[in-house]
Design a protein around this ligand. Structure first.
Ligand SMILES: C[S@@+](CC[C@H](N)C(=O)[O-])C[C@H]1O[C@@H](n2cnc3c(N)ncnc32)[C@H](O)[C@@H]1O
Length: 416
């Protein structure tokens, strides 16, 4: 292989080697770079080192290019792929030099690891080069998927493991959460066997499960899930209630909320889950309701889940962060109105960006002195607890998605 995994999301690197490798970048763009990049990526993925396998793949891709693009494209693809095979064999695939000032280094790393330059610069500033490279390697690797067994239907993890064994799906037990297993392959078999449809288990990353541990739902609790759809955390919280208490699931997106409602039925938690389609900001303003526990799993950049969402890095812009942080502040203010005195507000994201996480909490605490941080010791394993007492999963360290949660307690002296 090339020294690091090549997947379809590594399009910047592919564009770079295509243009250097054959010096025909204009032609590539003329015939449609996405198609050619995809073929190149597939080919490199399949390992171009064994010469014969490489040449066979080249032939197949030439056929594909002729059919998908136009007859002349076949020759071009043939030339590019054969050139890449020979460059690989002589270990001379082009790589940019990581040299110069921060910007130049970020540009080189962005090409090598196929991430947007703005993201790399940002991460270099927060964590330095080494850690940023480890993160990008993680983002480019094949993702793990978590499965959570649905205890609300009486299933145990052993039941799920037995099902996976009978389907011959390789899996590992989560060491963090007793309801979870993780897989890297075999999801298709799980889907086809109907395990998801029948509500035996759901696809959920352990990082999301740990956010629910920060909420710590207990039988009898009244909980509001302020940005609930599609409902992964709603269902896990509901299953922890063991039929006593309630989760009010709010979301602004009608379609996603409808899916949540249907899934609640198939997961047998519809007796404790109620849905409301609303903008949280208007809902909190109009309704004088108070809950024991309030979860705000805020809309965010999703920068903690890039290994699973191949295109997300290319759809995000630096400007999005500004819009998102503003929305997160507004949603936090709204969510805080729904917490009863002495109650708990959990703010969470699936981002690793400090501006969406610690900085939002600091700004919130500045605006709301009736709230204080309640460190998450005892709610999640110790290596997920940050110095400030927040929950943080680091993909590179914990090998699960990146996520963040703060547990904030409202003063019991604060009037309702
Ligand atoms: C990160 S997702 C929530 C994921 C969910 N908690 C789960 O675990 O499956 C954020 C959700 O916030 C919703 N949302 C965005 N703005 C909102 C608003 N103003 N009021 C209520 N929901 C909102 C989006 O529709 C989206 O479903």
């Amino acid at each position: 292989m090339l020294g690091f995994p090549l997947t379809p999301q590594v399009k910047v690197y592919l564009s770079a080697i295509l243009s250097v490798g054959m010096k025909l970048s204009e032609k590539i763009y003329a015939i449609g770079p996405p198609g050619l990049r995809r073929k190149t990526s597939d080919k490199l993925n399949a390992d171009i080192s064994p010469h014969r396998a490489g040449m066979k793949l080249a032939k197949n891709n030439v056929k594909l290019a002729k059919r998908a693009l136009r007859p002349g494209a076949g020759n071009l693809v043939n030339g590019v792929l054969r050139k890449l095979v020979s460059l690989k064999e002589t270990d001379s695939l082009p790589l940019p030099n990581i040299a110069g000032d921060d910007r130049a280094q970020a540009r080189a790393l962005a090409i090598i690891h196929s991430h947007p330059v703005w993201m790399v610069r940002r991460w270099m500033r927060f964590w330095g080069i080494e850690e940023s490279v480890r993160l990008m390697n993680w983002n480019n690797s094949d993702p793990y998927f978590g499965l959570r067994v649905n205890t609300a239907k009486g299933y145990t993890r052993t039941d799920l493991v037995n099902q996976l064994k009978s389907l011959k799906v390789p899996h590992e037990l989560s060491t963090y959460l007793k309801e979870f297993v993780r897989l890297q392959t075999g999801m298709q078999a799980v889907i086809q066997a109907g395990l998801l449809k029948e509500g035996i288990c759901s696809v959920q990353d352990e990082s999301a499960g740990l956010v629910v541990c920060v909420v710590d739902p207990q039988p009898g609790d009244t909980i509001i899930d302020c940005c609930a759809a599609p409902g992964g955390k709603t269902f896990f919280m509901a299953s922890r209630l063991q039929g006593q208490g309630m989760v009010l699931a709010i979301d602004i997106n009608k379609g996603r909320l409808r899916i949540l409602k249907e899934t609640a039925r198939s997961h047998a938690v519809n007796d404790v889950v109620t849905t409301v389609n609303a903008d949280l900001r208007l809902y909190a303003d109009k309704n004088n309701l108070k809950f024991d526990k309030v979860l705000l799993d805020a809309p965010c950049s999703g920068l903690g889940v890039l290994s699973k969402r191949a295109d997300l890095r290319w759809n995000r812009r630096l400007e999005d962060l500004e819009h998102l942080t503003h929305l997160q502040d507004e949603l936090l203010d709204a969510a805080s109105m729904l917490v009863k005195p002495g109650g708990v507000l959990v703010y969470s994201t699936c981002s690793i960006d400090p501006e969406e996480n610690e900085e939002r909490v600091a700004a919130f605490l500045h605006r709301h002195q009736e709230f204080a941080v309640h460190p998450v010791h005892g709610y999640v394993p110790p290596d997920f607890v940050t110095e400030k007492g927040y929950y943080f999963s680091n993909p590179v360290e914990h090998h699960i998605d990146g996520s963040f949660a703060a547990r904030l307690v409202k003063s019991s002296r604060y009037p309702s």
